[in-house]
Each structure stands twice: as structure tokens, then as C-alpha cells.
Design a protein around this ligand. Structure first.
Ligand code: ADP
Length: 289
């Protein structure tokens, strides 16, 4: 990762992820997943990360390594600080009045809280998908995806990127004939995949997902989980979930938090079968939480 990429708002696609295929004059864009050079995932490292709401210390000196191209699930009882922690990764936490964070969040070697780092670029590099699908309500399917590109000033062939992103989110075949219809006309699961398409359109390095399936039915949930499996080939993924089965299905590693502290982070199998800490075992076996 070149630190220069995040020290100013980019106006050109970064070389590292400028994956659009070259098309010959007059030829229709051939935007299939196979033609898109894979973006290599990047690691996120937390060191002594603390997050506060005023005097309330919600995340307490957390150290955690998110490996590149892996899915890490964040689990723990409601209110333990999972959402707060992930919002620190793309610097959204500091947008809340009275809130601040201390410590380090590094994307590869770059400290995202360094003075010279541009916050808009951080949010581009670290995309986020929320609990409730939140397509822009007045926009068409196409414009919802294109909006991310416009907001971040990404240049290039917008139509091609929209198609690539919808393909990447597993939605293209379902919407290709109605791109001009409103995004909010889609089903909940489709809306969430539309939000994922909007997120990947700007070619982030990392995708944060905060309970992305909690508003979805089981079929739509399964579809998103399959998608997460595909997306990790290209991105590093952090997913907050209260659903133990979901963590077991999608995550390579799982981190258990309690009262703002990181208790244990290990391979998902280990967390669910023989965790080191008795509190982890009590939580994953349903004894509290
Ligand atoms: P989780 O995602 O694990 O449910 P949160 O990160 O939402 O936990 O919350 C962690 C702690 O921070 C809780 O005590 C919660 O009440 C507090 N908190 C969360 N959001 C805010 C906020 N906007 N203002 C003040 N306190 C908050």
C-alpha cells in the first residue's frame, strides 16, 4: 500500500486497483468477473485501540490483526463494543459528537489516524455495509451504484464499473433489464447486494459489514453469505454478527469481545470448539449474552 494513496483525495483510479478492461473502439464493454484483475487484499492492524463516547470507554486498548483476504467475525454480547470498534476502522466513530478514538489503526503500514491521512480516502479504502440496507431512496439501481463513484471522484467508464460492481455483488442478472428502476423497489436481500455493489464500485481494500443479514430472511442471508465467500478473494472482510452459525459459516477467524475488551481471536473452528478463555466458551455455548 502506497501511503500517498490516502494522503489526498484521489481523482484517478489508483494503479493498484485500476482494473477496468480496455475495450476496443466501438466494442461493447466485456465486463465479466474474469476480465477484472483481482485487487489484492490488505491487512488491518489495531494497536491499543480505544474508543470513547464522552467519558464512556467503549473499546478498551484492543490489539487485533485482520489478515488480508480473510473474513473475520466480531462476536460478543450486545453493547460489548463490536460496532464501535468497526466504526473506528474507517474513522466513522469520530463523526459522532463527543466521540473520539486513540491508538492505532493501520492499513498495511499506514496509520489511518495519522495527521496527513485524508479521511475521505480512508472511507473509500475501507467500505462499510450496514445492518439495514440503505440504498439512496430517490435513485435508480444504476445511480445507486454510480453514486459511490461520483462521491469519491472516481474517473473511468462509469457504466462499465456499475456493471462490474453489480456482477461482483451477484446482482447483475437480476437487475440488468431494469437499471433505471428505483433501488428501493428491490427486495431486502437485493437491496443489501445493491449496497454491496455500491461499496465495491469504488474498489476498496477492506469491507466492514455490521450485521449485514440481520434484517434479511434465511434465503437472502444465505445469498449474502455466499457472496462474502466470493468477495474475500479480493477484499479483506470484517463482519459483526450476533449469529453464531453465521460466524461459523463465513469466518476464517473469529474475535470475541466482552465489555469493550478483546478476549480472544483465533481460527473460527477453535473459537467454537476449544477456545482458550472460559468466557468465550460460555458465550458461544449460550450460557450468557
Ligand atoms: P455492540 O455493537 O457490541 O452491540 P456498541 O459498539 O453499539 O456495541 O456499543 C458499545 C457501548 O457504547 C455501549 O455501552 C453503548 O451503549 C455505547 N454506545 C454506542 N453508541 C453510542 C452513542 N452514539 N453514544 C453514546 N454511547 C454509545
Amino acid at each position: 500500500m502506497n501511503p500517498d494513496d490516502l494522503t489526498a483525495t484521489p481523482t484517478e483510479p489508483r494503479t493498484m486497483t485500476d482494473a477496468g478492461p480496455t475495450t476496443q473502439a466501438g466494442a461493447p464493454p466485456q465486463a465479466t468477473p474474469e476480465t477484472v484483475a483481482p485487487a489484492q487484499g490488505h491487512a488491518i492492524t489495531l494497536r491499543k485501540l480505544s474508543a470513547f463516547y464522552g467519558e464512556t470507554h467503549a473499546v478498551k486498548e484492543v490489539n487485533l490483526d485482520y489478515a488480508a483476504n480473510r473474513v473475520t467475525a466480531m462476536i460478543g454480547p450486545s453493547g460489548c463494543g463490536k460496532s464501535t470498534l468497526v466504526r473506528c476502522i474507517n474513522r466513522m466513530h469520530e463523526e459522532i459528537p463527543g466521540a473520539h478514538a486513540t491508538g492505532e489503526v493501520r492499513l498495511d503500514d499506514l496509520d489511518l489516524y495519522d495527521d496527513g491521512v485524508d479521511v475521505v480516502s480512508v472511507r473509500r479504502a475501507v467500505g462499510m455495509v450496514f445492518q439495514k440496507p440503505n440504498p439512496f431512496p430517490t435513485m435508480s439501481i444504476y445511480d445507486n451504484v454510480a453514486a459511490g463513484l461520483r462521491l469519491t471522484g472516481t474517473r473511468g467508464d462509469t457504466r462499465e464499473r456499475v456493471e462490474q460492481s453489480l456482477r461482483g455483488a451477484g446482482l447483475w442478472e437480476e437487475v440488468k433489464d431494469r437499471l433505471n428502476q428505483p433501488g428501493i423497489g428491490l427486495s431486502g436481500g437485493q437491496q443489501q447486494r445493491l449496497c454491496i455493489a455500491r461499496t465495491i464500485a469504488v474498489e476498496p481494500e477492506v469491507i466492514l459489514m455490521d450485521e449485514p443479514c440481520s434484517a434479511l430472511d434465511p434465503i437472502a442471508t444465505l445469498r449474502i453469505e455466499e457472496l462474502i465467500h466470493d468477495l474475500k478473494q479480493r477484499y479483506t472482510i470484517v463482519i459483526v454478527t450476533h449469529n453464531m452459525q453465521q460466524a461459523a459459516r463465513v469466518a476464517d477467524t473469529t474475535a470475541f469481545m466482552l465489555a469493550g475488551e478483546m478476549i480472544e481471536h483465533a481460527a473460527t473452528d477453535k473459537i467454537f470448539s476449544k477456545p482458550d478463555d472460559s468466557r468465550t466458551e460460555e458465550y458461544v455455548t449460550g450460557k450468557f449474552g
